[in-house]
Every structure is written in structure tokens, then in C-alpha cells.
Design a protein around this ligand. Structure first.
Ligand code: NDP
Length: 459
């Protein structure tokens, strides 16, 4: 039976657009449907507008740093939120438009509509029946609130990008990527900020040294840290919000943000009609080739809840299109994915944490902490850099590289290539540093800080 399309992609975010565009380039007849905004979370309510706001927050502190270098102190006026919001929205609109143009340029049929399954090969796309031989689900995820009384009074991450003004006092609940990034943005732009998280340190899953350094840096910029706390209620009192824990009043604020994770966007997609049995709020199960339980239906990006990062989603979308329609079947590797948290200063990392590596065998640990050159002059608190290498003792391969400090994300991109290629400590050692930079510390770490892992335990 002939289908309307060889491939139908549900979702025009990073994963879906890349998959559709590359498939069309291989000659497939492709359609993509997007109901909300082209470019998805990353471009519209995620990485892009967030990074613009991170930059805005950092500029304020840089102006203060500049005074130490002889520039007049300019920070006598408050930050202009409306101006930032307008500049941010213009850039987001531009980038979102580019996504649409990329598809059109590749010959992809675009639908500005919601697509839901009617049967395993048929979709309802904004009221129209469309059939496809293969279907890719790339609908992404959505932020969640904690199930506590008054949760509806709290904001989610999307809301930061529609706020009309900076809240004077903000409470950020959560200790993950979004929570620490938002706390730094709000604080950097002038708000009083409380960060409330249930663990002793923020950023579970990151290296323990990095987590400790992150807490130190957050506190140094005046963010009030509330570790080991799980809020139980939000209430409105006058024009303020009150957050409580175990029925005790905790803090009052003008805005409360839930940054407590995201869940796959599977509700209402009609997955059951496609023959897929997916529990609400969970990722769609897929095999190594991103095939669901129904062989011609695939799922990629945040909807599978694996590594929820834009570049991972685009890489997987690209590889899937190459596999299905090109002459180059391949998989994108989920190993050694570099990632960054754009707090102030940023964190970047690739590979294993010390704890993960030590669980596999003996490792040499190299750690350095120093004040980067700019801040030896500016004397800004909380800007001490941390760099760390986790090295397999047997092979001397670099298993993990971690950094908190200025430009860490820019530096880690290159380190990620080396780690992915299996570079050893000796490869790092023989690399000539670029002087004077912070990055050169990664190739001049001579003295082992400690040994961890099996051997350390045996000693
Ligand atoms: P994360 O999973 O990173 O963090 C969620 C936070 O919420 C954790 O601190 C978690 O605590 C806490 N939490 C979850 N459930 C509860 C609960 N019931 N009570 C109290 N606290 C709770 O999610 P985010 O929303 O921050 O980010 C989602 C994903 O988006 C990230 O994992 C990342 O993949 C991606 N992202 C990437 C960015 C980047 O590349 N820079 C930026 C932003 C997002 P605990 O750790 O104790 O479970």
C-alpha cells in the first residue's frame, strides 16, 4: 500500500528537525509536524534563551570586575529586564525561523499542527489523515512540578522566558542543571535567591569535587543554599508566596520556580492506537537502534529519557536518518558525552566521575584549584577554578575530565575529542600548553592528588 510519506516525524525540535532534514537529503519523502514552536525546547524555552540570560547575568559581574582594571564603575542603574527580554526574543524568533527554513530547503513538508496516532501507520495531523511507512516520535519533554499543595502557584522553567520583570525574591526548588542555572541567572540580574534541594549537595550525578565546588561558588555569589530540604507546600500570603517544609514556614518570595525535572511528552499522542504500551510520565522504550516495540516506529530525543541533551538528540536524529535512508547505517554513541552546566562559573565535564571510575578499578586522580588570572586582579569571590582528571591506573587512559571555572564549556569541547579518542595521561602531558590560560592546567597536572578504586581500598 502506498503511503503519503516515507517518513513522518512528530516533533520539530532538535532531534526531529535533524532527522527529517537528513532523511529528505537522502531522497526520502518526509513530513514533520510541530504543534508549538519550531526548534523545540532548546531554541525556544531552553538552551538558547537560557544562555542569553546567563550572559546577561555575567555582564553585571564583569562590569564590577572591570573597575579593578581601571574602568569606571558603571553599575549605578538596575538591570533593564525589558530590554534583555526583547533582545532574547528577537534572537529566539530568528533561530526558530531558521529551523523552518532548513526543512523547507530540504524539501520536507511541514505541518504547524499536532499529530496523533490513529493506527500504526496513520496520523491525525491537525484534523487531516496522513499515512507514513515509518514514523519517528520526537516530541521531547516537559517540565514537572512537585505534587505538593499549592504547586500550581509555582512557575516552571518555560515561565522564566515570559516573565515581565525580575522577581525581587525568588525561590528555586531543585538541585539539577536547570535549578543552578536559574539560580545564577536570577541572582546575577539582582534578585535575592534561595536554592532548595533535597540532597546535601546540588548536581547529583556530577563528580563529588565538582559538586562541592559548585555549592561554594553558588554561596559565594549570595545565593542562599538550603540543602537536605524537601518543600511540602506553597501558599499565597498577600502578594507573596510562602514555601513550607513539614508544615514549618521556610521562606517567602515573589516567585517560586520548580526545577525538579522533566517528563516525556507522551500524553495524548494516541500511542496505544499505534500499538505502544507506555506508562504515563515515562520515556518510550527503544532498542539500540531507537526502534520502539512496533518495528516501523522509532523514538528519539528527550521522549526516550536517556541523555537529555540537544547535541545528543541531533546526533541520534542524524544517525537514524542515515541508517534508514542513507548508505551509512550507524549509531550515535552515548559514551563520553561532554556536557556543561551554565551556572556562574560554568561546569563542564566528559567521561566518568571519580566514583564511577573507582567502582571499575584503580584510578589516579589529579585535582587542581586556583584563582584564574582575571580574578587575581578583580578579587571576585567564588571564581576559583577546579580542574580534575580521572586516569585509569592500568592503561593511563583519561576516563574523566571535570572543570568548574571560566570558559570550562569551551575548553571541554576539545578535551572531549581527546577523551573520546582514548587519550592517555602521557598524551596530555606531552601537549604543549597555551600560556597564560586556565586550559593549560589540563596538560600540566604533574602531581597525582590521590589514588582511588580497588587498589586504594586494598591499601
Ligand atoms: P535534573 O534531573 O537535572 O534535576 C532535577 C532536580 O530536581 C534534582 O535536583 C532532583 O533531586 C530534584 N527532584 C526531583 N524530584 C524531586 C522531588 N520529588 N523532591 C525534591 N526534589 C526533586 O532536571 P532539570 O529539570 O534540571 O533538567 C532536565 C534535563 O534537561 C537535565 O537532566 C539535562 O539533561 C537537560 N538540561 C541540560 C542543560 C545543559 O546542557 N546545560 C541545561 C538544562 C537542562 P535529586 O538529584 O535528589 O534527584
Amino acid at each position: 500500500m502506498p503511503y503519503d510519506f516515507d517518513l513522518f516525524v512528530i516533533g520539530g525540535g532538535s532531534a526531529g528537525v535533524r532527522c527529517g532534514r537528513i532523511a529528505a537529503g537522502h531522497g526520502a519523502r518526509v513530513a514533520v509536524a510541530e504543534e508549538r514552536f519550531w526548534g523545540g525546547t532548546c531554541v525556544n524555552v531552553g538552551c538558547v534563551p537560557k544562555k542569553i540570560m546567563v550572559n546577561a547575568a555575567e555582564y553585571g559581574a564583569w562590569m564590577e570586575d572591570a573597575a579593578a582594571f581601571g574602568w569606571p564603575h558603571h553599575r549605578h542603574q538596575a538591570h533593564d529586564w525589558a530590554k534583555l527580554a526583547a533582545a532574547r526574543d528577537t534572537e529566539v524568533t530568528r533561530l526558530s525561523g531558521i529551523y523552518g527554513k532548513l526543512l523547507a530547503g530540504a524539501g520536507v513538508t511541514s505541518f504547524d499542527a499536532r499529530a496523533t496516532f490513529v493506527d500504526p501507520h496513520t496520523l491525525d495531523v491537525g484534523g487531516k489523515r496522513v499515512t507514513a511507512e515509518r514514523i519517528v516520535i520526537a516530541v521531547g519533554g516537559t517540565p514537572t512540578r512537585l505534587p505538593i499543595p499549592g504547586a500550581e502557584l509555582g512557575l516552571i522553567s518555560d515561565d522564566l522566558f515570559t516573565l515581565k520583570a525580575l522577581p525581587k525574591r525568588a525561590i528555586v526548588i531543585g538541585g539539577g542543571y536547570i535549578a543552578v542555572e536559574f539560580a545564577c541567572i536570577l541572582r546575577g540580574l539582582g534578585a535575592e535567591v534561595d536554592l532548595i534541594y533535597r540532597a546535601p549537595l546540588p548536581l547529583r550525578g556530577f563528580d563529588e569535587d565538582v559538586r562541592a565546588a559548585a555549592a561554594e561558588a553558588l554561596a559565594a555569589q549570595g545565593i542562599r543554599l538550603n540543602p537536605d530540604v524537601a518543600p511540602t507546600r506553597i501558599a499565597k500570603v498577600g502578594d507573596h508566596l510562602m514555601v513550607s517544609k513539614s508544615d514549618n514556614f521556610m521562606r517567602e518570595a515573589d516567585a517560586v520556580f520548580f526545577c525538579t525535572g522533566r517528563e516525556p511528552n507522551t500524553a495524548g499522542l494516541g500511542l496505544d492506537k499505534a500499538g505502544l504500551d507506555v506508562r504515563p510520565g515515562t520515556g518510550i522504550p527503544v532498542d539500540d537502534e531507537h526502534r520502539t516495540a512496533v518495528p516501523h516506529i522509532y523514538a528519539i530525543g528527550d521522549v526516550i529519557d536517556r541523555v537529555n541533551l540537544t547535541p545528543m538528540a541531533t546526533a541520534v536524529g542524524h544517525a537514524l536518518a542515515d541508517t534508514l535512508f542513507g548508505k551509512n547505517p550507524r549509531k550515535a554513541s552515548y559514551e563520553n558525552v561532554p556536557t556543561a552546566v551554565f551556572m556562574s562559573p560554568p561546569i563542564a565535564t566528559v567521561g566518568l566521575t571519580e566514583a564511577e571510575a573507582a567502582a571499575r578499578g584503580p584510578v589516579d586522580i589529579y585535582v587542581t584549584r586556583f584563582t584564574p588570572m582575571r580574578h587575581t586582579i578583580s578579587k571576585r569571590e567564588g571564581r576559583r577554578t577546579l580542574m580534575k582528571l580521572v586516569v585509569c591506573q592500568n592503561t593511563q587512559k583519561i576516563l574523566g575530565a571535570h572543570m568548574l571555572g571560566e570558559d570550562s564549556a569551551e575548553i571541554m569541547q576539545g578535551i572531549g575529542i581527546a577523551v573520546g579518542m582514548g587519550a592517555t595521561k602521557q598524551d596530555f602531558d606531552r601537549t604543549i600548553g597555551i600560556h597564560p590560560t586556565a586550559a593549560e592546567e589540563f596538560v600540566t597536572l604533574r602531581t597525582r592528588t590521590r589514588v582511588a578504586g580497588v587498589q586504594a581500598a586494598a591499601q
